[in-house]
Design a binder for this molecule. Structure first.
Ligand SMILES: NC(=O)c1ccc[n+]([C@@H]2O[C@H](COP(=O)([O-])OP(=O)(O)OC[C@H]3O[C@@H](n4cnc5c(N)ncnc54)[C@H](O)[C@@H]3O)[C@@H](O)[C@H]2O)c1
Length: 320
């Protein structure tokens, strides 16, 4: 923080990054927002365009296109740079391209003298969050991945539609990899304090098969959207703004993020999606839910899949 104002540096002003910048401006979350991209013209154009919206914004924001030296005084560096999924591609398929990009980005951010919090959204997000933690040398609490924040939002939205209840009153988590092995935590899904599992048992109009279909639609949502419009960006952008607010405004909010596990959920040395309390210090605390045997096994499988993909990159460091 310089001169008592919040500064967010955004690296990558593609679909996700520019949607995030737009949502940030609309919600008046930070005093300063600097846009950085390999494609300087794109970030310059975005800064110009966004500045023209300032007369309509809820509060003033200084927005400019910049370079890595601007990260020195940033409270938060948000990374949305890198390749996105093409139709048919999984998130894990992006690992080689994006790992290289991250090595370069994170070293340049750290060379500026940055000493804040990283928030990573680029896929595969769990692995790239781990890489950011390794490359930066920052404490684990100050490196956060967007994890399953979007999957959890999709889950809450679809459950809200099914039970005809405001999605904000649906409490349910998707945990694990942000990707094909993620899982729903049915054992802790509730609406206004009533368990979703009990609702389905007690009321004939609700069916177990419908719940299973809801989860499949959550898990595969990105594929369905990419088939139709080539990329997904509004949902994740709003999720990143929610996380930014939780951090900058010291909210102690419970959000499903990619967090470093050191024994929680019986996992070690991995970043993966779990509910956690997020505030100005980053990840204050991981919430360890009491999972069923089946959920625990699925979570362990998800963690193993991530570890296998990570192994070639951090060979001597990833524990079995
Ligand atoms: N975590 C999530 O839930 C979630 C959701 C949607 C998309 N994503 C991911 O976000 C990432 C970005 O997606 P997108 O659709 O915005 O892609 P995009 O191609 O529109 O934008 C990527 C941007 O990164 C920039 N870039 C590339 N290499 C760079 C470098 N070395 N330094 C600085 N900038 C660089 C490009 O110039 C481009 O502007 C992808 O990895 C995508 O899979 C994550």
């Amino acid at each position: 923080m310089a001169n008592g104002v919040n500064r967010v540096a955004l690296i990558g002003t593609g679909f996700v990054g520019s949607s995030y910048a737009f949502a940030m401006l609309n919600q008046g979350v930070t005093e300063e927002l600097v846009l950085i991209d390999l494609n300087k013209e794109k970030s310059e154009g975005d800064a110009m365009d966004l500045n023209h919206g300032l007369p309509f914004a809820p509060s003033p924001t200084k927005i400019w296109f910049g370079d890595y030296s601007d990260c020195k005084d940033a409270d938060l560096v948000v990374i949305t740079a890198g390749a996105n999924q093409k139709p048919g591609e999984t998130r894990l398929d992006l690992v080689h391209k994006n790992m290289k990009i991250f090595e370069s980005i994170v070293s340049q951010v750290m060379a500026s003298g940055f000493d804040g919090i990283f928030l990573v959204a680029t896929n595969p997000v769990d692995i790239l969050t781990y890489a950011t933690w390794k490359f930066s040398g920052l404490p684990k609490e100050r490196v956060i991945g967007s994890g399953t924040i979007l999957d959890t939002a999709r889950f809450r939205y679809l459950l809200g539609e099914y039970f005809q209840v405001d999605a904000r009153n649906v409490h349910a988590y998707i945990i694990g990899e942000h990707g094909d092995t993620e899982l729903p935590v049915w054992s802790h899904a509730d609406i206004g304090g009533r368990s979703v599992v009990d609702l389905v048992k007690e009321r004939q109009q609700y069916k177990q098969e419908d719940l299973e279909e809801i989860f499949v639609n959550v898990r595969d949502a990105a594929y369905h959207i990419i088939e139709r419009k080539g990329a997904t960006y509004y949902g994740i952008a709003m999720g990143l703004v929610r996380l930014t607010k939780a951090i900058l405004q010291n909210e102690n909010s419970v959000l499903t993020v990619s967090a470093y596990l050191d024994g929680e959920y019986d996992q070690h040395d991995i970043y993966i999606g779990v509910p956690a309390i997020v505030n100005r210090t980053g990840i204050r605390e991981i919430i360890e839910l009491k999972l069923t045997e089946e959920e625990r096994a699925k979570f362990a499988h998800s963690a193993n899949v991530l570890k296998q993909v990570m192994e070639p990159f951090f060979q001597n460091e990833v524990r079995p």
